[in-house]
Design a protein around this ligand. Structure first.
Ligand SMILES: Cc1cc2nc3c(=O)[nH]c(=O)nc-3n(C[C@H](O)[C@H](O)[C@H](O)COP(=O)(O)OP(=O)(O)OC[C@H]3O[C@@H](n4cnc5c(N)ncnc54)[C@H](O)[C@@H]3O)c2cc1C
Length: 261
């Protein structure tokens, strides 16, 4: 079985700030990390490999050359192969163009049974790329996956919902987008880090994945970011105390004062 995991290098959002004048993200000096949901997706693939050594796990990313550091981390966690889609033609991609490029890369890798992605990236936060990749490849998708069982040619998953879960069955090949409740990602060992540097990272540009420059990057991105901003901080909340009747009276008094009721 061949599994491919879509992994994205993201800025550590605890460190990201927005330029108040330009309204763009200040990325300079911000450390990059493997997107957290993608670490869960990779862990899910590696657990399937732990159970069946014939499983081959690849990771794929679209990003700048420095994304290869994150791919090495994935190799050190236990991935067998790594693919970096990197080309000036891919720059300025919105989610549409990102998924077109990833799907082209996955097609080129070939014979993939399961495509894992994270539920969402912590920088873009759209949760669109996984389902869009499935649409581009013409395969089924299950989002918010919190448990996976594979057997008899079927993929059975639990799909997380607000107040429970659904059990769904899909046929392979399919795309599964993973949530953090799925598992606890493993740590790299010193030995596996050394081994990761012995493995090759395959780098592909638009020609390698049969994409015309007009079909990728900014040229194929219908979305435009109008403005980014930090929402104003809300005022401090106020706790009411007393009996239920006293608190209800105090609350209605305050709302009436503000002419809200
Ligand atoms: C007009 C426009 C221009 C943009 N220009 C740029 C730019 O120049 N540079 C830039 O960095 N960003 C740019 N972006 C942002 C970029 O489009 C998104 O970061 C990207 O499409 C992924 O969307 P997301 O972060 O919402 O991912 P989500 O949809 O939330 O991610 C879900 C999952 O999809 C997978 N995934 C997402 N992105 C990738 C990837 N690149 N490789 C592998 N797997 C992935 C991961 O598994 C991830 O967990 C631009 C966006 C717009 C709208």
């Amino acid at each position: 079985m061949k599994i491919i995991v879509c992994v994205k290098q993201v800025p550590d959002t605890n460190e990201v700030k927005i330029d108040p004048v330009k309204g763009t993200l200040i990325r300079e000096g911000v450390p990059s990390i493997l997107n957290p949901d993608d670490a869960n997706a990779l862990e899910a693939a590696l657990e399937l490999k732990d159970r069946d050594q014939t499983v081959n796990v690849a990771v794929i990313t679209m990003g700048p050359p420095q994304a290869s550091y994150m791919l090495r981390e994935c190799l050190a966690m236990g991935a067998d192969e790594a693919y970096l889609l990197s080309d000036r033609a891919f720059g300025g991609a919105d989610t549409c163009a990102t998924s077109t490029t990833l799907a082209a890369g996955i097609r080129k890798v070939g014979n993939v049974d399961i495509i894992f992605a994270g539920r969402q990236a912590i920088d873009g936060d759209t949760a669109q790329v996984g389902p869009q990749v499935a649409q581009r490849l013409g395969v089924p998708v299950v989002t918010y996956v919190q448990d996976i069982r594979i057997g008899d040619g079927k993929v059975t998953v639990q799909r997380q919902m607000e107040d429970g879960y659904e059990v769904l069955e899909a046929s392979a090949p399919c795309v599964l987008t993973c949530v953090k409740e799925l598992n606890e990602p493993r740590y790299m060992s010193v030995g596996s880090i050394v081994d990761a540097y012995k493995k090759e990272i395959t780098v592909w540009g638009h020609k390698d994945v049969d994409l015309d420059p007009s079909d990728c990057g900014l040229n194929a991105s219908p979305t435009q970011v109008f403005r980014s901003f930090t929402p104003p901080q809300k005022g401090k909340g106020e706790m009411l105390s007393g009996t239920i009747q006293e608190m209800a009276a105090a609350l209605t008094g305050k709302l009436a004062e503000k002419h809200l009721i």
